[in-house]
Write a protein that binds this ligand. Structure first.
Ligand code: BDP
Length: 589
């Protein structure tokens, strides 16, 4: 799925900003025809979660439905164009009406969706756009939800969180990324897949798959350029898609220190007239997992960085450029080179920033803590659909170097996970992603409870483990924890002979808490824990990287284990450094 663009053939307007907002606790919006517009209850900023903006309306922990509305002027000259509306992400489900007409539903969060609304808008006039949103998750959504009754049925009262969630971050609701009105010509370039295969240090094959929305007789003018053009091709088109391969020389590779980017621009020409154009940036780079190594352009790289979250005061999970710039500048300050988009795909602007700054990203599907007692055909279907849409959005980003198609399955440690059900499920999931993309390795971070017989290890190209010895296991005893960790890592290596990535390790830490003895929650404990883990990881040649959990403190559902936030950040939620941030800067320099 291509990002909308503004150019000679396409228009693009960001219609984020202030929208009208109404909570629908009793699910009466449809009955009362709020889709025609509704009396204003309050105003809300888009993008942003409703949770922290409107906690005065008791929305901090709200799980349910709410409505958004905005009047949008559509100019006269859009009449002969195709008009679209695009939401970069809405969590989790939404339904759209334009001028009172139902347009469609979107079933999952964290990813963009669009609808053509040409037939429903009035050009030269105001139009009312209404979106209903609900953030309810169930057994067959990705991520999976949990209902409060389950806790009781499963006799797990002590695990109860408010709001009920299967994961350790707030299930915020709202329009979380920008909203656009855009236009395309009648016939337009619909998708571009670009893959590079290096043939030497400075030459590559480039395979391109270009599709248009409909069959067309014409030409595609293709230009690849860096500081100057390195490839110009014209190909005939007599259908709705074309695949071709070209060879290019004198290229500079995309890498950590020099993230060289190139521009691919395509013009669609029909009857000697350009009817559409599209350009995107990409990099020449290749990823391979081999022996004990993770190779970037044939050379081993070691990933150092974080598991993160999209989470910021007042914005909640709403995209904002300020925290994007701040987080990258802090990561660069401490010499991080990589992060995982735990536990869901982040805004595309994040990937673009990583492309430009040479960061390696493990891009994650929000199949977080799947409970295999509740996994059903619907779950698998949603999971596959999600992977499809994620690959469709992120396939061309050089910074995306691996897919994590889930996180910590079977956190509850169910026996039945190992009786073949888990294996069957993951075989299908891995197959789905590999069919869509044969250029990136695939993994799933495993939790301690699922253990070393986790079926995800059978299919993973590299093994990812999240470990908390010295925190959840053997609290207060880092040294002993490290011994157990070493034993377990060696066992995993001996069993699978696949490189290991430590995708999570860390401790909750209250800024300002200090101790000279090993005392949990102090800044010294966190710094020491991280340093000792890193020392062990670096002593093992089969380890390919370390991602500290977490970059910054983040809001969680309420539970006695969490003092408002998960505090494993090496920065506070407002991005002040804890001691561990300085320690990491030294260790990673
Ligand atoms: C892991 C999860 C992560 C949690 C973390 C923790 O992957 O989402 O936030 O543990 O407990 O199990 O801090």
């Amino acid at each position: 799925m291509l990002k909308p663009k503004f150019n000679n053939y396409r228009n693009l307007f960001d219609i984020s900003g202030i929208w009208k907002f109404k909570v629908d606790r009793n699910n009466e919006g449809v009955k009362n025809k709020w889709y025609n517009g509704f009396e204003e209850d309050s105003e809300i900023a888009v993008p942003g979660s409703w949770n922290e903006q409107l906690d005065n309306l008791d929305l901090l922990t709200y799980v349910g439905k709410a409505w958004y509305a905005k009047n949008i002027f559509i100019p006269k000259n859009f009449k002969r164009k195709r008009v679209w509306i695009r939401f970069d992400s809405v969590d989790f489900h939404s339904s759209l009406w334009v001028n009172g007409k139902f347009i469609g539903n979107n079933g999952s969060g964290y990813l963009p969706f669009d609808f053509e609304i040409s037939e429903f808008v009035k050009c030269g006039e105001n139009n009312i756009i209404v979106l209903s949103v609900d953030n309810i998750l169930t057994d067959d959504t990705i991520p999976q939800g949990i209902q409060a009754e389950y806790y009781k049925n499963e006799n797990r009262l002590r695990d109860e969180t408010y709001p009920a969630a299967r994961f350790d971050f707030s299930p915020n609701g709202g329009i979380h990324r920008p909203v656009y009105i855009y236009t395309t010509p009648q016939v337009f370039i619909e998708d571009i897949i670009i893959k590079t295969k290096l043939t030497s240090e400075n030459s590559s094959k480039v395979s391109l798959q270009i599709s248009t929305n409909t069959k067309i007789k014409g030409e595609l003018h293709i230009n690849i350029s860096g500081s100057e053009s390195i490839c110009k091709e014209t190909v005939e088109l007599n259908s709705d898609s074309i695949s071709l391969e070209v060879a290019v020389d004198n290229i500079k590779l995309w890498g950590l220190k020099e993230p060289n980017l190139y521009d691919l621009s395509i013009e669609l020409v029909s009857e000697n007239k350009t009817v559409d154009s599209y350009s995107l940036s990409f990099g020449f780079r290749e990823i391979e997992v081999k022996g004990t190594n993770f190779l970037l352009n044939g050379k081993p790289v070691y990933m150092q960085g974080f598991g993160k979250h999209e989470d910021f005061p007042a914005f909640g999970k709403g995209f904002n450029y300020q925290s994007l710039v701040k987080d990258f500048s802090l990561m660069k300050w401490m010499h991080a080179n990589s992060f995982r988009t735990s536990h869901y795909p982040y805004a595309e602007e994040v990937l673009e920033m990583a492309d430009r700054n040479g960061f390696l990203i493990i891009d994650e599907v929000p199949a977080v803590s799947l409970d295999f007692r509740k996994v059903n055909g619907g779950t698998l279907k949603s999971h596959k659909q999600f992977i499809n849409r994620l690959v469709s959005r992120d396939k061309n980003h050089p910074s995306v170097v691996a897919w994590a198609v889930g996180n910590e399955p079977n956190l509850v440690g169910e026996e039945s996970y190992y009786d073949g059900r888990g294996e069957k499920y993951w075989r299908e999931v891995f197959q789905t992603v590999r069919e869509l993309d044969d250029t990136r390795p695939v993994t799933v971070p495993n939790c301690q409870r699922a253990g070393i017989n986790d079926p995800v290890f059978l299919f993973s190209d590299f093994i990812s483990i999240n470990r908390y010895y010295g925190w959840y296991e053997h609290p207060g005893q880092i040294k002993y924890g490290i011994q157990l960790l070493e034993r377990e890592m060696d066992d995993i290596w001996n069993k699978y002979h696949k490189p290991i990535m430590m995708t999570e390790f860390g401790t909750d830490t209250i800024e300002g808490a200090h101790s000279i003895a090993d005392q949990m929650f102090t800044e010294e404990y966190q710094a020491k824990f991280i340093e000792m883990y890193i020392k062990l990881l670096r002593s093992k040649n089969y380890v390919i990287g370390e991602h500290v959990w977490n970059f910054a403190d983040f809001r969680t559902p309420q539970h006695f284990r969490r003092m408002i936030f998960n505090r494993k950040g090496v920065f506070t939620r407002t991005r002040e450094p804890k001691l561990a941030a300085f320690r990491l800067k030294e260790l990673w320099s």
